[in-house]
Design a protein around this ligand. Structure first.
Ligand SMILES: C[S@@+](CC[C@H](N)C(=O)[O-])C[C@H]1O[C@@H](n2cnc3c(N)ncnc32)[C@H](O)[C@@H]1O
Length: 432
């Protein structure tokens, strides 16, 4: 046996010992092993990390699962031991959203087994990781000659509707696209080759590239050049409800960011608004809006361009709204956060809305919608960020069509972007 083989054997032994101590919930052994070993080892066959092992071990405890399923929150000593093990692993740097060979994160296993306390522990770990990544990102040093706005534009990800990437060690909301010269898009001079290739293959990875790409309109959906679904008509119930909540009475002032198939704008019109502003940046969508008479509707004002350019102008002009809705495409959570943290305060009338109760802001909540734990993590992260920005947020669950997962619904679409039973609709109002 040569040195390399010997070393590989030793590493394998350490990995197996860590996985075994995790699945036995043996805190003492695990603490010893983690002194030199890593909490992020993975079993070659199952893809289990120590977190997967600690949680999956509860599967054998039938009594525990029965109790959990019946009562929702009975903490059996075995689950308690698993929670302690999971906490120890997380304290030692275990990654919350690694995937096993079954395409499950540790939290997915906890949810499947009905282990609520373990599931919540994993959701909280995800929230902490996301908040930490976003804080770290704020402090990233700028390159020479790079200005802050450009930096924000370069970073893109976790789009809605075009499906999310698989969980990785990277934060959900941040997979940075470095820049480089030859891409046929804005910022092209700052993206590297790999990034350019990725964007050419999938235009939804970069907002400005998407806005220059060709769209396909069909009866029931709108596709981008890379076959991502920009919008689909199964969302009509959701859009109707957004409009109903934002405009509970006639004669209010609405702003919608992102026209798409015009579903939400049609719903807004049905509430007879006094003013109805629409911001849209894609030339083909704008052309279709012209063809369909949106530019001529009484009370409708169409702003052609990116919201990043239009919104500051509206704020400067002092235009106020009773209801603001945001639903764009090929933008990341950071863009949404920028809108509600920096701009909504200047656009939303604090004494607007029904009987002067205050204007309302809402957005399409599709972050992490291809996996329940990611959706739950993002619900908490966005609620915390909204609170920090001065908003109280209420959530309403809306069932999505029960046959949505039927592959026939996703024919010709690059990847399904929705895998959950319920849509969680946010309504944000100013605190106090
Ligand atoms: C998901 S669709 C909106 C669907 C719409 N809610 C509906 O009911 O049909 C997103 C729209 O936002 C537009 N968009 C994307 N990025 C934008 C930006 N930065 N500024 C303005 N509009 C943008 C897209 O061109 C697209 O028309």
């Amino acid at each position: 046996m040569d040195v390399k083989q010997e070393l590989a054997g030793e590493i394998d032994l350490v990995t197996q010992s860590i996985l075994l101590a995790s699945s036995n919930h043996d805190l003492k052994a695990l603490k010893d092993l983690l002194r030199d070993g890593s909490a992020n080892v993975q079993d070659a066959e199952t893809g289990f990390t120590p977190l997967h092992a600690a949680i999956a071990a509860c599967e054998d405890d039938e009594e525990l699962n029965d109790q959990n399923n019946m009562n929702g929150k009975v903490l059996d000593p075995e689950e308690e031991a698993a929670v302690e093990t999971v906490k120890l692993l997380l304290q030692n740097g275990a990654i919350w959203n690694d995937l096993d060979k079954n395409n499950e994160t540790p939290g997915c296993i906890a949810r499947r087994l009905g282990l609520n306390t373990l599931y919540e522990t994993m959701v909280d770990a995800g929230v902490r990781a996301e908040l930490l990544f976003s804080k770290l990102d704020e402090y990233q040093p700028l390159e020479d000659g790079e200005d802050e706005d450009e930096d924000e534009d370069e970073q893109q990800d976790t789009q809605k509707r075009d499906g999310t990437e698989e969980p990785t060690t990277e934060p959900l909301a941040e997979k940075q696209h470095q820049s480089e010269p030859s891409i046929p898009a804005a910022h092209s001079d700052q993206k590297d080759d790999v990034t350019i290739q990725k964007i050419i293959d999938d235009v939804s990875l970069d907002n400005k590239t998407y806005l220059r790409s060709a769209l396909t309109f069909t009866e029931d959906k709108l596709l981008d050049e890379s076959a991502n679904a920009v919008m689909m008509d199964w969302e009509t119930t959701i859009m109707n409800r957004h409009a109903e909540i934002l405009l509970p009475v006639e004669g209010l002032r609405a702003l919608n960011v992102g026209h798409g198939m015009g579903i939400v704008d049609t719903a807004i019109q049905s509430h007879s608004p006094k003013e109805h502003h629409i911001i849209e940046a894609h030339p083909q969508v704008l052309q279709q809006m012209r063809d369909r008479g949106w530019f001529d509707k009484p009370g409708v004002v169409v702003h052609e361009g990116r919201w990043q350019d239009i919104v500051p102008q509206l704020v400067e002009q002092g235009v106020l709204f009773d209801g603001i809705y945001y639903d764009t495409f090929a933008e990341d959570y950071k863009a949404l956060r920028e809108l509600f943290s920096e701009h909504v305060i200047g656009l939303l009338d604090p004494v607007g809305g029904k009987d002067g109760e205050g204007g309302k802001f809402s957005f399409y909540n599709g972050l992490g919608a291809d996996r329940q734990i990611c959706y739950d993590v993002y619900t908490k992260v966005s609620e915390m960020d909204l609170f920090e920005a001065g908003f109280d947020t209420g959530w309403e669950d809306i069932p999505v069509p029960s046959n949505l997962q039927d592959p026939s619904n996703w024919k010709d679409i690059r990847r399904p972007y929705w895998a959950l039973d319920k849509y969680r609709l946010p309504t944000c109002t100013f605190i106090g």
